[in-house]
Design a protein around this ligand. Structure first.
Ligand code: HEM
Length: 367
């Protein structure tokens, strides 16, 4: 029997035999493979490996190409105004969703009305579409963010088609203007755009943000306490319609002035209508209408009390990512939703890193 003295055993146990060069190379090789796999995964996620793959960067780049780069402004829906108010639940959506916003009497809201162009100086009469984005902050801290448009359906159902439509509108390097044949050629090859094109034929730029109905366009799910899911689309419809909003004057900046004027004589109210899908209705294709006779819940009233300038107001640093949802509301598998979420984050990063480049006059103090 060999008795070892305590000095024979190194601290931490018996010493391992030295590694041979071959096994050292093998181990280092293993580490290199792991590092390469991780780097490959990152490259895949960022789209570096497949130049054909559509990335959030490419989506936002094409918006910049078409509208110019306007530091500090959103890359789409660049011209807008913040609105502050609250939501009063009617309790009607409570049976379908556990979200606190449908159960509490009041939930504070920070919103933003806007024009759907990446040019923050676009005249209000230049497009017949207006948008309303809202952030509801529930008492439990969870948020519901939604960005809605005044059109009932989107021209296309996929991010790839949205990208191609933007490309069709890009300036031709030779002329500096879009090639007028490209958009008609795009629509000829995209019959899914017919419901949108039918709507836009009669749509006119409104004179007021207050007279439009704003639609989620994408589908979502309401989820009840037993986990039952109901596919829905929602919209905010003005409670009091008036003819004054119907026809817009030519040009300029009338929308924000109109809003300020209306709010000076009291809050503006919109009704939250939630349309319940039938099982056969498409939940993953925002280019398709749902039949008009679907059941609609009146989930409550949005009350807007005041405006704030978009460059200093509370909406400035909000990314109205449509997938920021409270428990009780879930995204559908509509591919536009994930693309919106990723694209808005990219736009948000660009614009919030540029705020210091805004002309001094526009850098008003935050409230
Ligand atoms: C793949 C498709 C889409 C892309 C790439 C896209 C891209 C963008 C981007 C980059 C912004 C600016 C975000 C920011 O800087 O905060 C934006 C804003 C907005 N988008 Fe989209 N969008 C898409 C589809 C849609 C759809 C289907 C709707 C339907 C309602 C929509 C509604 C809005 C609204 C309301 C805003 C303004 C939000 C605000 O006021 O901050 N977008 N979009």
């Amino acid at each position: 029997m060999v008795v070892r003295s305590s000095s024979d055993t190194p601290p931490g146990g018996p010493r391992r035999p030295p590694l041979s060069t071959a096994s050292l190379m093998l181990r280092l090789g293993g580490i290199a493979v792991v590092v390469a796999a991780v780097a490959g995964a990152f490259a895949y996620v960022h789209g570096n490996l497949d130049p054909q793959r559509l990335t959030p960067k490419a989506l936002v780049d094409v918006l910049e190409k078409n509208n110019g780069v306007h530091p500090g402004f959103r890359r789409n829906h660049g011209k807008g105004v913040c609105v502050i108010g609250h939501f009063e639940s009617s309790g009607e959506a409570r049976a379908f969703s556990t979200a606190q916003v449908f159960n509490e009497a009041q939930t504070p809201v920070v919103g933003r009305f806007a024009l759907p162009s990446g040019n923050p100086y676009a005249p209000d009469s230049s497009v017949p579409i207006r948008s309303l984005a809202l952030r509801f902050t529930q008492a439990n801290g969870q948020q519901w963010r939604t960005g809605m448009n005044s059109m009932p359906v989107f021209p296309v159902g996929t991010p790839e088609a949205f990208y191609q439509l933007q490309q069709a509108q890009s300036p031709d390097p030779a002329t500096g203007k879009p090639d007028p044949t490209k958009v008609p050629a795009f629509f000829a090859a995209h019959p899914e755009a017919v419901p949108f094109l039918t709507w836009i034929k009669t749509a006119k730029p409104s004179a007021s943000y207050a007279t439009e109905t704003y639609n989620s366009v994408n589908a979502f799910y309401l989820v009840d306490g037993n986990g039952n899911k109901q596919a829905v689309r929602w919209s905010m419809a003005p409670v009091a319609r008036d003819a004054a909003g119907a026809t817009a004057p030519e040009g300029g900046d009338f929308l924000e002035k109109d809003l300020v004027q209306r709010l000076a004589s009291g809050p503006l109210r919109f009704q939250l209508n939630i349309t319940l899908a039938n099982p056969e209705d498409p939940v993953n294709d925002a280019s398709k209408n749902w039949p008009a006779e679907r059941k609609v819940l009146n989930a409550g009233t949005l009350v807007l009390e005041k405006t704030q300038p978009q460059l200093s107001g509370e909406c400035r640093d909000i990314n109205y990512d449509p997938l920021v949802l409270p428990a009780g509301i879930q995204g559908s598998d509509d591919p536009l939703l994930a693309a919106r979420s990723a694209g808005y984050a990219d736009s948000y990063l660009r614009r919030t890193s540029e705020v210091s480049q805004l002309p001094a006059a526009k850098q008003e103090a935050r409230p």
